[in-house]
Each structure stands twice: as C-alpha cells, then as structure tokens.
Design a protein around this ligand. Structure first.
Ligand code: ZN
Length: 80
C-alpha cells in the first residue's frame, strides 16, 4: 500500500541497550501506520515496516523474523 518502498540496511546485532530493537515473533510487518513508506528486509526482502512515516521509525532496528537479519533504516540524509 505504501507508495515508496525502501530496502533497510543489514547491520551487525547491536550491543545490548544501545539501540531500540524490535524483535517480532511473527512474520509480516512489525509496524503498520498511515504513512507512505514501506521498508523491506535488506536480507530477504520481507516487508518489515508498512505505511510508516520516517519520523515513526528513525533510529530503530528491526530483527527480521524470516531470516534473522538486523535491519536499520537509512540515515536521514539518504532519505531525500
Ligand atoms: Zn529478512
């Protein structure tokens, strides 16, 4: 549904308590909103964030349920 689809960046597992890490226990988008961006896992392409606004998801890390990759959103300066 989102009009813009972006791939997330696969990163190493963050050290404990350094980042906000979402670890879903299910397949499918972890966050659904009313924005215009979809984010896909950089490892397997699964949609992890659906219809979000960038302000909702900046600085978070998402662990993909499907492939176990840790993904982060691109820095702000790559968004525009
Ligand atoms: Zn994945």
């Amino acid at each position: 549904m989102g009009s813009v689809v972006r791939s997330m960046l696969v990163i190493a597992e963050p050290a404990p308590n350094t980042r906000t890490v979402l670890v879903p226990g299910f397949a499918g988008p972890v966050v659904k909103g009313a924005g215009s961006l979809d984010y896909r896992c950089g490892g397997c392409g699964a949609t992890l964030l659906e219809n979000v606004e960038f302000e909702q998801i900046r600085n978070i890390v998402v662990k993909c349920f499907g492939c176990g990759s840790f993904n982060e959103t691109a820095p702000v300066n790559e968004m525009n």
